[in-house]
Design a protein. Structure first.
Length: 131
């Protein structure tokens, strides 16, 4: 049986529409808030329809030298244009992108995971240092 980590896929976000992309500074001041944006399909658009969509994004921070990562957020996307009458004709759609405000006191790695209802689990990471 596969371990959960073996099920995650990654790739070049400039060519692969499923990779969660992390936009954050390369280095920040300790204990100062900064924005972390996680988006799917930054260069190649990902569909957002009932039959093919991103259902969620999770964001974690793993401090350098520590064993465990900390969960920053869990973001669910529920509106993909579904309606009782016709698919893709609904009155509301969500965009698979989130902004979290974060502060850290150690350098480390931001990790984003996401799930596409057709193509499974995806991951991406970005290191953040301290100034």
């Amino acid at each position: 049986m596969a371990k959960i980590g073996e099920l995650y896929q990654s790739g070049n976000w400039k060519e692969e529409k499923h990779v969660p992309v992390i936009d954050a500074p390369d280095s920040v001041k300790a204990d100062e808030m900064f924005d972390v944006t996680v988006s799917i399909g930054k260069e190649v658009a990902h569909p957002n329809k009932p039959g093919h969509h991103i259902a969620w994004i999770q964001l974690f921070f793993h401090p350098e030298g520590e064993k465990f990562a900390y969960q920053v957020g869990d973001y669910k996307f529920m509106a993909h244009g579904a309606t009782a009458g016709e698919s893709d004709k609904g009155p509301v759609y969500t965009n698979h992108s989130v902004v979290a405000q974060v502060k850290i006191n150690k350098p480390g790695t931001l990790l984003a995971t996401s799930w596409c209802n057709i193509h499974g689990l995806w991951e991406f990471e970005k290191s953040v240092g301290l100034k």
